[in-house]
Structures are given as C-alpha cells and as structure tokens.
Ligand binder design. Sequence first.
Ligand code: 1DF
Ligand code: MN
Length: 351
Amino acid sequence: MSTVTPVGPAKGYRRIATEEAFIPPELHRMYRDLIANGSVDDPGFNSLVGYYFSHPSERARNVSERLQDIGERRLADMDSAGIDMQILSLTSPGVQVFKPDVAVAMARLTNDQAAEAVRRHPTRFAALAAVAPQDPAEAAKELERAVTKLGMKGVIINSHTLGEYLDDPKFYPIFEAATALKVPVYLHPNTPSKRMIEPLLESGLDGAVYGFAVETGMHALRLIVKGVFDRYPDLTVILGHLGEALPFWLFRLDYMHRGTVSSGRYDFLKPLKKKVSDYLRENFYYTTSGMAWEPAIAFTQSVIGMDRVMYSMDYPYEYVHDEVRAQDAMAISATDKKAFFQTTAERVFKL
Ligand code: 1DF
Ligand code: MN
C-alpha cells in the first residue's frame, strides 16, 4: 500500500469514532460457509458478504482482514489516522442472518470478545452490544447482560432481520430494554430486504453506494410513522451516514405525512403525537460515517442541531486519513468541533 501521512492529535478535543466495525473470526468463518452453501434467503447478504469475505480484490481482502482485528493492528491504524477512541460494533448484518438459536449464541460470543478488547484498552475502545432480533426476548436479555455486566454503551441493529422491521410489535422487548437501560439503539444499514432489493441489485446499487440509505432511512421512518416513539418517547436512535438522507426530507415528510393521515388514506396509519421532523430532531442522533463532506454535515447540523451530529469513520470500510483532516477543518467554532468529535459522543454513550 502507498504510504499515508499520519494525522496526528487534534488540538482541544479527542476524536471519538462512533460506527467502527469488527467481526469475531468464528463469525467470519460462519459467514463464509453461509455464502458457500447459499443457504441464506437474502440476496443482499449474498451480494455484500459474498463480496467482502470471498472476493479476491485488494479492497475486499483488506477489509476482511482488518475487521477481524480488535487489537494491535487496529490500534496502529487508529494511531495513524488520529483516532483516540473507537466505539466498536459487530459488522453488518451482524447475527441477523442466522437461525435464532445460533444467532443468540453468536451475539453472546461477539459481546464477550468486544468486552475483552475494551478491558484491555479501556481508553481506546468502547462497544455496542450485538443482539439477535430473531428472538426478541433473548435479545432484550443479552442487551441487559451486555450493558450491566460487560459495560456496553448501547446496541447496534443492522436494519431488517431477514425482511422484518423493528416497528413490528414483536420487537418491542428490545425497545423496552434499551429505554429501561437508558442506552441508544444504533440503527445501522443493511442491504435492502428481499422485497425491495431487485432494482437496486440489478444496477449494482444495493450496497453502501445507495441501497443502504434507501433501506435504513425507510426503516427509521417506519419506526416513526408506526408510532414506536409515541410508545417509547425516551427511545434514542442513532443513524449513520448523516441520517441516511432524512434531514434533507424534513419539510416534505411533515407536509406529506400530515395530508396522508388527515385524509384517512390508510386505515392503519394513526395520527402521531408530534410531527415527523420532531422525532427526527428529538429522538435521533446522527453520525457521519464517511460522509466527510462539509456542506452535508453543515446542513444536518443546521436543520437538526449542532448537538446531535457526531463523528464516525466507518472503519475499516472507510479508512481515509484525508477524511479526518477534512472534518478537522470544518468552519465551526472550537466548542462545536469538540462536540462533534468528542463531547456529544461522551454524552450519548455515557463514556
Ligand atoms: C460498507 C459500508 C459495508 C458500511 C458496511 O458493512 C458498512 C461498504 C458491511 O462500503 O460496503 O457498515 N457503512 O456503514 O457505510
Ligand atoms: Mn457502517
């Protein structure tokens, strides 16, 4: 690889990266087996994981290797890119493609490994819990164990679980646990579910290039319009990629949703207590995850709030020193920059 110029420490703040992926080697092997025998009925999984874990390209090999290290190699990469701390989370789609019993066991194994890395390097790593939504009661139990016994700072869920979305009441136990424990739910992308992926897949748009945002932005809106936040007003959800484009839609979402509900177009669509944009401003936080583009960051800060937009790198999918430098150079006050890189994350994740 070509050499890169190290970023060096920031003046006046620590850089905390909040959406940073890893995978236990055991899970990596299981993914490869699932791909090889084609046994997962999810075209997005086969496209995405098939690429990263078996494609011969340098990008795929690089990502696949780096994902499996939560020790010295990762720390060296963090040192080089000027990242003081990573909030680790199991890479997408997590355990959400396995049979329920396997998924429950692998979530535990993942959390134990992440907790061990945090114990070894408490100033460099914190972690979010992996859970198996396939078994909502077990997911709630594991979240409680991860937070109370392992010191984890929240939970990550990679959008749909084999085509099912979290607004389904059967998943409420997960939100019960998250709100009782006062920890955020990171709604991380997954490839679009089988029901919506086809036109994206046939044009190569199913992955992080665009499909992730279509899938995950829609998922976040489902939570809002199906009333999840009216039921759990204290629920905090974090979105990466500057909210999967939702901040740009605030005005039209409010206008169209109001008209749709008030005209009685859908029997199942009940009025909400607040405007769609209110939930997006009051229940959600946003991270950049490689959207290292100042106009989009500044827009999100202006329509959502300076105190709700945080830095994330999305390592190892993004490991680009110039992106750190670009976000360092944003034209905002020293206090706001410290909030962006450090203090908002400290508050949201209780670091
Ligand atoms: C990619 C991007 C893959 C993100 C990811 O997990 C991921 C990618 C599998 O570039 O293919 O988390 N991301 O969050 O942007
Ligand atoms: Mn990511």
